[in-house]
Design a protein around this ligand. Structure first.
Ligand code: SIN
Length: 522
């Protein structure tokens, strides 16, 4: 350790529901440093609309929630993990209430929502802003904790591995560009998803695949990254990109219509609008391609009255009203958009990765819950359950950090960043090529082309990384490219179609591939 090092028992990278819930579940004598690239609340959690799935009503059963999760997961879920998460739901939801989270309908008459793939109404929600309610309340509680310290505007650059153990991370202060050494007995990756890799996404700007990229560079196993979930309904608007139109709207009867105003979902699946997301997104993609249109429509106005719509979906109502769309009378223009990464840093049922001292929770991890396609509203649940599980893991396995001697960051590049325009160009190219070649429908040719192009961009980014002073946007770009390459490589390895991975050249499932795709740096 040198004098400038910043030490704690646990370093948490990311401040969404996963990282924050860990901080709340951890023993109060464990010193925790939490790092966020922007303001702590800027996370995917914050933008989640639908809610949190869990068995809380007498008509529902664990068996049914487990079965729905397994069916959506296309044969790749880890059954024990599914059971672990589903059975823990009532307690974790109880904890959220203890921390002040309010669900619509209250304790006596909870209003349970329904989303694609669920056979029961089992989604607790706070209107259509459940994520914001959860993030706000968790953050408020975490800020009260004396053992938890927040570092905002700090971007993790790389993990520090000593003798095969993860002992910290180099982290840049975005305001001063100084790279600091954070040391800890354990590091928890809770960085969220990677939707920004795609041109259209529901994810916030911070979702650049940082956790997966860093863990990969450190030598951790990464699994199932080919399974990128496209949310069927994001708003199509030239004035606003990536605004989610919650699946709960279809749960309340909203219909998907094509350009000619025709309902079409029954041609694709008997569950129609409430089929699992992979099926609905592919159906929309196919209708759009058939008609050569830029978007389709979601219609709640002809199924529900204005009072219900305004009360149940106030965030969407107000947002769209501001854009000139009155959802109580107008159809909503929608397109699918990248929404969730079902794969991630491979972890066991205690949240441990393949590297000692490195733990991962939330969207950047792969616990085995989601398999080849996540069931709607299971992600906030997984974040809460694994936040709790990992608090236990840390209790049992935490190592001291006192004697470490880690070299300070080596500033290889001396020149100030002058490459912003190249970064912007590369960023645009990556997002376009991933959308066009690695989207909802894939083919061998498109994927090979994607790999070729991403390798060219990778070389360029690497040149900037090693020859210039680094900053937040260069670090994000590097992670974006790394993660994009992992997605392409994983997709090329899966020579079948399953769940969210659909390859025209192998349109069917194959028993040979009923297994996880594991990628590891050599
Ligand atoms: C939604 O509200 O449709 C998103 C919920 C989820 O992704 O689980």
């Amino acid at each position: 350790m040198t004098s400038g090092d910043i030490k704690s028992d646990v370093l948490v990278v990311g401040t969404g529901a996963a990282g924050l819930s860990f901080a709340l579940y951890a023993d109060p004598d464990i010193r925790i440093n939490m790092v966020a690239k922007a303001a702590p609340a800027e996370s995917s959690t914050q933008q989640a609309q639908g809610g949190i799935a869990g068995v809380t009503s007498s008509g529902d059963t664990f068996k049914s929630h487990i079965k729905d999760t397994l069916i959506a997961g296309g044969g790749l879920c880890d059954k024990k993990t599914v059971r672990q998460v589903v059975e823990a739901a009532p307690e974790r939801i109880g904890d959220l209430k203890e921390w002040g989270v309010r669900f619509t309908g209250g304790e006596d008459n909870p209003d349970l929502g329904k989303e694609g793939g669920h056979t029961q109404r089992r989604i607790l929600h706070h209107g259509d802003s459940t994520g914001r309610e959860i993030e706000d309340k968790l953050l408020k509680e975490a800020l009260k904790k004396e053992n938890v310290r927040f570092y905002t505007e700090h971007t993790a650059v790389d993990l520090i591995i000593e003798n095969g153990r993860c002992v910290g991370a180099y982290i840049i202060d975005n305001r001063t560009l100084k790279v600091k050494t954070f040391l800890a007995g354990a590091v928890i990756m809770a960085t969220g998803g990677c939707g920004k890799i795609y041109h259209y996404t529901s994810n916030p700007d911070v979702a650049t695949g940082d956790g997966v990229a860093m863990a990969y560079r450190a030598g951790a196993e990464i699994s199932n990254m080919e399974f990128i979930q496209f949310h069927p309904t994001c708003l199509y608007s030239v004035r606003e990109t990536g605004f989610l139109i919650t699946e709960a709207m279809r749960g309340e009867g909203a219909l998907l219509l094509n350009g000619t105003g025709e309902k079409f979902m029954e041609r694709y699946d008997h569950r129609r609008e409430l089929a699992p997301r992979d099926i609905v997104a592919r159906a929309i993609d196919s209708e759009m391609k058939k008609e050569g249109v830029k978007h389709l429509y979601l219609d709640i106005a002809s199924c529900r009255g204005p009072d219900f719509i305004k009360e149940r979906f106030p965030t969407i109502y107000n947002k769209l009203k501001g854009l000139g769309i009155d959802i109580t009378t107008d159809k909503i223009p929608v397109v699918p958009a990248a929404h969730y990464s079902c794969g991630g840093i491979k972890v066991d049922r205690r949240g441990r990765t393949s590297i000692n001292g490195l733990i991962s929770i939330g969207e950047c991890s792969n616990t085995g819950l989601h398999g080849a396609n996540r069931l709607a509203s299971n992600s906030l649940l997984e974040a809460m359950v694994y936040g709790n599980v990992v608090a236990e893991t840390i209790r049992d396995e935490l190592k001291p950090v006192d004697l470490l001697k880690i070299k300070p960051w080596n500033y290889t590049g001396q020149r100030l960043p002058s490459h912003q325009v190249f970064i912007e160009q590369n960023w645009m190219e990556v997002r376009r090529l991933m959308w066009n070649y690695m989207g909802i429908v894939r083919s061998n040719r498109r994927m090979k082309e994607a790999l070729k192009r991403i390798e060219i961009i990778e070389n360029e980014v690497s040149h900037y990384y090693w020859n210039y002073l680094i900053n937040n946007s260069l670090i994000e770009m590097r992670n974006l490219v790394e993660t994009a390459k992992i997605i392409i490589t994983s997709a090329l390895a899966r020579k079948e179609s399953r769940g969210l991975h659909y390859n025209q050249d192998y349109p069917r499932k194959s028993k040979r591939y009923k297994k996880d795709t594991i990628i590891k740096r050599r």
